[in-house]
Write a protein that binds this ligand. Structure first.
Ligand SMILES: *Cc1c(COP(=O)(O)O)cnc(C)c1O
Length: 440
């Protein structure tokens, strides 16, 4: 468990986050409940931003909204003076409604809809990250209608494929994302964009994977991308003013994963800025603006999910299941890609873990298992189970399967709590339902 000042077991043996006891949070807001540690989010964002400023200069970070999106998180990013990345009309709409200046937003997607591009450009999106040729005409036309020149980056596929504990360099051009730099795909796209009157080509973007621990993968990406930048400059006379290296920094979920504090998370950023400075110097290219787009490493460890223990089923000699009042509807990651987590009995957090249990969700799917064979104190109905590191890709991937309700999201800070997203109600569930009334 990667505990910290704002996530700890207090002297009453209760798990505390942001100065709030988890037992009290459940009493007040019910369960399941997503809880986000605001100070931790701000600490990581500040540290990333400062690291970029001190080790590189010209650059910033963009928070990858898809990890966790609601108005409150955009408020925090605005206050911290960082950018965001958005991938859909829904995220753009949420950002607009929170008052976020879209000029500081990057719009991604392999199939941005015309309606989404229009919403983005009409509202002054700063950068569109182009990922297919169809977009060029749409962006040009929409920007012309707004009498603007739309800044764009081109998403490239550098052929560096990184996974949690390994990475490979491939000549592979088979990906739904990006344009390959191993053939002429990226160059053709850049030339197409440079030919459009209302588009300004500013640079390149790449994103090599997610939950990456091996930092050498990022160094390799910088090397490959800067080779391409040097090639564009010398062979094609094309200037790259900005490089965006995406996100993907690995975080601690379960035993075996490294445990980083905020300073140590900045090592990912330092590695990138040092590698870029070094490559730019060696290859004789001008230092571009530097951008990263971390999502998981900002909100992942900031979040926990609180559940109440319900039914307990001990299949003698086989397995003991404890069931919780949520499951794959609030955390799809174990079912989707076998993600691992750590859990703690929040109301009896300093008791000995002398039982081995499997934590089952309440959905009608045998695969709805949140944790398998974890050690906990002997759990009873009504105990509060906290699953850690659920801040990223849990709320944002939540569903209403079985018509379960989406839990509330509560932010905590300095012993206070505030609702960022209200819990759904049954009334919310049927709000969009309509009785059939066929028309011919
Ligand atoms: C998912 C994604 C990110 C964020 O990745 P994390 O692993 O959450 O840091 C950033 N940029 C792009 C383009 C992405 O697709």
């Amino acid at each position: 468990m990667n505990l910290r000042k704002t996530l700890k077991v207090n002297d009453r043996g209760i798990l505390e986050i942001g100065g709030c006891e988890c037992t009290e949070l459940v009493e007040r807001y019910s369960s399941p409940l997503y809880v986000m540690d605001e100070q931790y989010i701000r600490d990581v964002v500040r540290a990333y931003k400062k690291t970029i400023e001190t080790t590189y200069g010209n650059g910033n970070m963009a928070y990858a909204s898809k990890a966790f999106c609601c108005k409150a998180i955009y408020d925090i990013m605005r206050e911290e003076g960082v950018c965001i990345d958005v991938v859909s009309g829904g995220e753009i709409y949420t950002a607009i409604k929170s008052g976020f200046d879209l000029n500081n937003a990057y719009f991604h997607g392999n199939n941005k809809l015309y309606s989404e591009l229009k919403l983005a450009i009409d509202n002054g999106i700063g950068t569109v990250v182009v990922d297919n040729a169809d977009e060029a005409d749409m962006i040009d036309e929409l920007a012309r209608a707004c009498k603007r020149e739309q800044k764009v980056l081109v998403r490239i596929n550098p052929g560096v494929e990184a996974h949690t504990h390994s990475f490979i360099q491939t000549a592979k051009v088979d990906s739904k994302f990006g344009f390959s730099i191993k053939n002429d795909d990226a160059l053709d796209m850049i030339k197409l964009l440079k030919g459009k009157k209302n588009i300004r080509f500013a640079g390149l973007h790449c994103h090599i994977g997610s939950q990456i621990f091996d930092k050498k993968a990022f160094a390799l990406a910088v090397d490959v991308v800067t080779d391409y930048v040097a090639y564009l400059a010398t062979e094609e006379g094309i200037e790259v003013q900005e490089l965006n290296f995406g996100g993907g920094f690995g975080v601690h979920y379960a035993e075996g994963d490294p445990k980083y504090n905020v300073e140590e998370y900045c090592d990912y950023v330092k590695l990138l800025t040092f590698a870029l400075k070094d490559c730019a110097e060696r290859k004789g290219i001008a230092m571009p603006k530097f951008m990263i787009e971390p999502g998981r490493s900002i909100v992942g460890e900031a979040g926990i999910t609180l559940y109440k223990v319900g039914a307990i089923k001990d299949i003698k000699g086989i397995r003991k299941y404890i069931a919780i009042d949520g499951g794959m509807t609030d955390n799809i990651r174990p079912a989707l890609y076998d993600a691992k987590y750590e859990a703690i009995l929040a109301n009896r957090a300093s008791e000995k873990c002398d039982d081995i249990v499997t934590v089952a969700g309440k959905c009608c799917e045998s695969g709805d298992i949140i944790l398998k064979d974890v050690s906990l104190p002997k759990a009873r109905r009504g105990d509060i189970l906290a699953v850690l590191t659920t801040g990223a890709y849990c709320y944002s991937m939540s569903s209403n399967y079985n018509r379960n309700l989406t839990p509330a999201v509560v932010f905590v800070k300095d012993g206070k709590s505030a609702v960022a997203v209200k819990a759904q109600t049954y009334e919310d569930l049927i709000r969009a339902d309509n009785a059939l009334d066929y028309k011919d």
